[in-house]
Design a protein around this ligand. Sequence first.
Ligand code: FES
Length: 148
Amino acid sequence: MAVSRRRMLAWITGTGLVGSGVLSAVSNFVFIKPRATYGQPQRFSIGKPDDFPAGTRIALEARRICVVREGNKLAALSTTCTHLGCIVGLADTGFACPCHGSRFDSDGTVTGGPAPRALPWYKITLAPNGEIEVDKDTEITPGSYLTL
Ligand code: FES
């Protein structure tokens, strides 16, 4: 029995559509990869509370944070300038950005320059092993200290 031209074209089209669907599904499966990040972890330990004596502000430049200790209260502020991302330095009155002159008080509030907002405060916790953990994925209300 002869196959009509119309049936032949329909068969070829259908086979092509099914084939491309199967190839698409297979390629999606093959190229699914676990989510990977290549930057620094955003949650990390910075040592024991005694590493940060009362009355000190210690900048951890590689982590882009400043650890502040007042009495038995601890906080971790970002040292990434909210203008264009330079690392701010410690200044007598707070923080100063070397790039375009933004200034922040010791709580991270903008006191001058082009920075559009305050330096974020990050959540810190005391881990069961007694070390301080900083979570840079979680910002907290400025002025919220961890009491030791
Ligand atoms: S990056 Fe800090 S003032 Fe511009």
